[in-house]
Write a protein that binds this ligand. Structure first.
Ligand SMILES: Cc1cc2nc3c(=O)[nH]c(=O)nc-3n(C[C@H](O)[C@H](O)[C@H](O)COP(=O)(O)O)c2cc1C
Length: 373
């Protein structure tokens, strides 16, 4: 049996079940360990040798960025900074880091207090054997300043394109405050010149989730974000592509408005999608769990959102937007399917968590093999 096959079996049948009890604590511990190990260039070299694949045929250029592979890491995995070098060495073609909000937030409560005073620990991430994750974290993060400082310390070692994923600090109330908050985050991230900035428009598990569902709020946020970025760019001369990340639970009319706004405000790309709150069809079995659902049961919704984005992008004319697919892309077949729907780049989070350390190698190898058919 090959080393890769043995490691995959061990990961699937031992590591995943043992760590499913508390995925959030496992993630935090693992990334603490990563932050120690990634200080060593020797270690990163060994990781790259074992897991990475480099091939010119994988390289794509989009938004003026050269991606060593079109298969990237989605936001929420490298959440605070640590781990960015290891995941890059494992073979992700780039990374969306964050989400960061200007103010540090703890996210949703980790403990629920009942009227009788009883306190119960809340499981903010649930992992299920069919590859689904339900995430109720609510954007816990260290704040943009600290996040950017963490990445600055390892920026030279990442050796892959990376971007910051930004959202307004939850609970600010009105749109002007949210935009002012995003502006402060942008001022900080421009200091270290990431490859792109993603505006996270639809996080389904924060204080602002209901508000974010309103299309007028989303459009105003996009406009405010673009204006703030343009002002910084005019002052500094640094140009950073803007990406709008949307949810999978939007109506076609709303998707059209987002695409129109993206074009009007010079966003270079749309990223579709974040997690879903929809619990119809196969997702009904997770109706008891609040939060954003990701993994294979999200794919169908991400695919139809991507189809709509592509349709409106063509209908509205002008320069085509780069389209980044995200949501349940756990196999080359799914990647191909969403590519046919118009996607140029692909992001994965949940399939990587379930696929283990050889995930990027498998996806990149399958992608490369498709050229040989
Ligand atoms: C544990 C977890 C945390 C996440 N945190 C974020 C986040 O902070 N910001 C964001 O834009 N998306 C976040 N996401 C959403 C993913 O980036 C991705 O859009 C979504 O999970 C669908 O892709 P997937 O099926 O490959 O996971 C998170 C997802 C998971 C599973």
């Amino acid at each position: 049996m090959s080393k890769e096959r043995f490691a995959n079996l061990l990961y699937k049948h031992a590591i995943l079940p043992v760590t499913s009890f508390d995925p959030e604590a496992t993630h935090d511990l693992l990334f603490k360990v990563f932050s120690r190990f990634e200080k060593s260039d020797l270690f990163l070299k060994a990781v790259k040798q074992e897991f990475g694949i480099e091939d010119r045929k994988l390289v794509v250029e989009m938004m003026g960025i050269e991606f060593p592979s079109p298969i990237l890491l989605a936001a929420g995995i490298v959440k605070y900074g640590p781990g960015a070098c290891i995941i890059a060495a494992m073979g992700a073609g780039g990374e969306d880091i964050g989400t960061f909000t200007f103010q540090k937030t703890d996210g949703n409560p980790k403990v629920e207090t009942f009227p009788d005073g009883r306190k119960v620990k809340v499981k903010r991430i649930r992992r299920f054997p069919d590859g689904t994750i339900v995430n109720w974290m609510g954007l816990p993060n260290l704040g943009t300043e600290k996040g950017v400082e963490n990445i600055k310390n390892v920026q030279d070692k990442i050796c892959k394109p990376f971007g910051f994923n930004l959202a307004p600090t939850p609970g600010l109330g009105d749109i002007e405050s949210s935009v002012a908050d995003l502006r402060q985050s942008l001022e900080i991230v421009y200091r270290i010149h990431p490859s792109w900035n993603t505006l996270n428009l639809h996080c389904p598990n924060t204080l602002d989730s209901e508000k974010q569902k309103r299309i007028d709020e989303a459009v105003q946020t996009m406009r405010g974000f673009a204006k703030a970025a343009d002002t910084i760019e005019a002052r500094t001369g640094i140009i950073i592509p803007k990406i709008a990340k949307i949810g999978p639970d939007m109506t076609p009319e709303d998707i059209k408005l987002i695409v129109l706004t993206a074009k009007e405000c010079n966003f270079q790309a749309i990223k579709a999608t974040n997690t879903t709150t929809d619990r119809t069809g196969e997702r009904e079995k997770y109706a008891a769990y609040k939060g954003g659902l990701s993994g294979p049961l999200l794919f169908e919704r991400s695919l139809s959102t991507m189809e709509q984005v592509t349709k409106f992008d063509r209908e509205l004319g002008g320069d085509p937007l780069v389209k980044i697919a995200c949501g349940g892309i756990g196999s080359f077949d799914k990647l191909k399917k969403i590519q046919r729907a118009g996607a140029d780049l692909f992001e994965c989070a949940t399939p990587f968590i379930f696929g283990g350390p050889y995930f990027w190698k498998r996806m990149n190898r399958d992608y490369l093999n498709s050229f040989r058919i």
